[in-house]
Design a protein around this ligand. Structure first.
Ligand code: AMP
Length: 397
C-alpha cells in the first residue's frame, strides 16, 4: 500500500516508552499523553498543517476478536461521524506496505488538553459544570441519532480543552460485545455502567444518562460514586445509596439475576440532599443557590435505577440546569449517515479482520486523494468565552 503521496521513506521511527511509533514524517515531536485498552496515544505537531494532533497507535488491531471488533468499529464510525462533541479523525495510516505485512494502525485526531479524569478533581463552578454536561449530552444525542448507544461513557473517554470545549473519544460497547476476553493487562473501568448493563437487561438510549449522572456526581464530590471491585460489589453500592429497586423492576430481570437481586437486604436509599449537601456546591451568590437546587434535581433524575423512570437525553437537554446552553445546531445536529452494513457486527477470523481493517485504511487514502473527506469542522471554536483557570489546569497535568 505504497501510494504516491506516502511513498517509502515517508516514515520514521521513534521510541515512546516501551513502544515504537513508526509515523509519517509530517508528525514531529511525539510525546506520550495517555494509554487505553487499545494502545498508546501521543501528542505531535503536524508540520504540514502546523497544528498539534493526537496520534494513537493500535498494535496488531486484528490480534483477537475484542481488539479487532473495537478497532474496526472505531475506524468506521470515526470516518462517518462529524459533530463538535465527538473527536474528529484527521488522518489514518499504516507504515506497512501491503496487506500481508500489515501490523499497526495509526489514527491521527485533533488534540485536546486533558481527559475528564483531571477535570473531575477541580472545583468547577455551575457555569463550567453545566456547560461540560451539556456538551456530553449533545455528543451522546448525536450518537443516538445514528443508532449508536454508548453504554460505557467514562471520564477517561471524554477529553476537554482549557476553553471548556469537550469531546467524546469513543463509541462504547459494541452491540455484540465480547467483553470478557482481553489479551492486555489493561483493567477495564466499569464504575459508570448502568444497572441495565450490570444486570444484563434490555437497554435503551437513557442507559447513557446513568453514566452522565455518575460523572456529574464525581464532579461534585470528587470521588467515584459506585467504585465496585466487580459487578456484584458495584450493585451492592448502588442499592445501598439509591435504595432497593421496585418489584416491578425486579420482575423484568432474568430469573437467575432476579433471584440474586431479590435476596439482597432491603435498603431505603440515602436522601439526595445528604448525598450531595449544599457545601459540596459553589455557593457564592443567590444565583449559585438556585443552580445548586437545579443541579441536585438533575442528578436525582439521572441516578435512577429503573430506566423506565430515568430521565431521557431530550429531557436532560431541556432541564433548566442544562437548557441555558441549548443551541439546535449542537443539540439537534443532523444524524450521521451510517449504513446498516457499517454497524453490522459479526465474528470474523483474524485474517478476515486484518483484511477488513486494512481495506478501511486504503479507503481513507483513496477518499483523501480524491478530496472526498468529510467537511473540515474547523468551525468548532468555543463560542463561550470562559475557560478553565489555566494555572490550576496545568498543575493538574
Ligand atoms: P484511548 O486509547 O482512546 O482510550 O485514549 C487513552 C487516553 O489518551 C485518554 O484517556 C486521554 O487521556 C488520551 N487521549 C486520547 N485521545 C486524545 C486526544 N485526541 N486528545 C487528548 N488526549 C487524548
Amino acid at each position: 500500500m505504497c501510494s504516491d503521496f506516502e511513498a517509502e521513506g515517508q516514515f520514521y521511527s521513534v521510541q515512546v516508552g516501551d513502544s515504537t511509533f513508526t509515523v509519517l514524517k509530517r508528525y514531529q515531536q511525539l510525546r506520550a499523553i495517555g494509554s487505553g485498552a487499545q494502545g498508546i496515544v501521543c501528542s505531535a505537531l503536524d508540520s504540514v498543517l502546523g497544528i498539534p494532533v493526537a496520534v494513537k497507535k493500535l498494535c496488531r488491531p486484528f490480534q483477537n476478536q475484542t481488539h479487532a471488533k473495537r478497532a474496526y468499529r472505531e475506524l468506521v464510525l470515526l470516518k462517518c461521524v462529524n459533530h463538535k462533541n465527538i473527536i474528529r479523525l484527521i488522518n489514518v495510516f499504516t507504515p506497512q506496505k501491503s496487506l500481508e505485512e500489515f501490523q499497526d494502525l495509526y489514527l491521527v485526531m485533533e488534540l485536546m488538553d486533558a481527559s475528564l479524569c483531571q477535570v473531575i478533581h477541580m472545583d468547577l463552578d455551575h457555569e463550567r459544570m453545566s456547560y461540560l454536561l451539556y456538551q456530553i449530552l449533545c455528543g451522546i444525542r448525536h450518537l443516538h441519532s445514528a443508532g449508536i448507544i454508548h453504554r460505557d461513557l467514562k471520564p477517561s473517554n471524554i477529553v476537554v480543552k482549557s476553553d471548556c470545549t469537550l469531546k467524546i473519544l469513543d463509541f462504547g460497547l459494541a452491540r455484540t460485545a465480547c467483553t470478557n476476553f482481553m489479551m492486555t493487562p489493561y483493567v477495564v473501568t466499569r464504575y459508570y455502567r448502568a444497572p441495565e448493563v450490570i444486570l444484563g437487561m434490555k437497554y435503551k438510549e437513557n442507559v447513557d444518562l446513568w453514566s452522565v449522572g455518575c460523572i456529574m456526581a464525581e464532579m461534585i464530590s470528587h470521588k467515584i460514586l459506585f467504585p465496585g471491585k466487580d459487578y456484584i460489589d458495584q450493585w451492592n453500592k448502588v442499592i445501598e445509596v439509591l435504595g432497593t429497586p421496585s418489584l416491578e423492576f425486579m420482575n423484568r430481570l432474568m430469573e437467575t439475576v432476579r433471584n440474586y437481586v431479590m435476596n439482597k437486604p432491603q435498603y431505603p436509599g440515602v436522601n439526595f440532599a445528604d448525598l450531595f449537601p449544599d457545601w459540596a456546591f459553589p455557593s457564592d451568590s443567590e444565583h449559585d443557590k438556585l443552580k445548586t437546587g437545579q443541579a441536585r434535581d438533575l442528578l436525582s433524575k439521572m441516578l435512577v435505577i429503573d430506566p423506565e423512570s430515568r430521565i431521557s437525553v431530550e429531557e436532560a437537554l431541556n432541564h433548566p440546569y442544562i437548557h441555558v446552553w441549548y443551541d439546535p445546531a449542537e443539540a439537534d445536529a443532523p444524524p450521521p449517515q451510517i449504513s446498516d452494513k457499517q454497524l453490522e457486527e459479526r465474528e470474523h477470523s483474524i485474517e478476515q479482520w486484518k483484511e477488513l481493517i486494512y481495506e478501511e485504511v486504503i479507503d481513507w487514502e483513496e477518499r483523501n486523494k480524491n478530496g472526498l473527506m468529510k467537511e473540515d469542522c474547523s468551525g468548532t471554536f468555543a463560542k463561550h468565552s470562559f475557560s478553565f483557570c489555566h494555572t490550576s489546569y496545568t498543575n493538574l497535568l
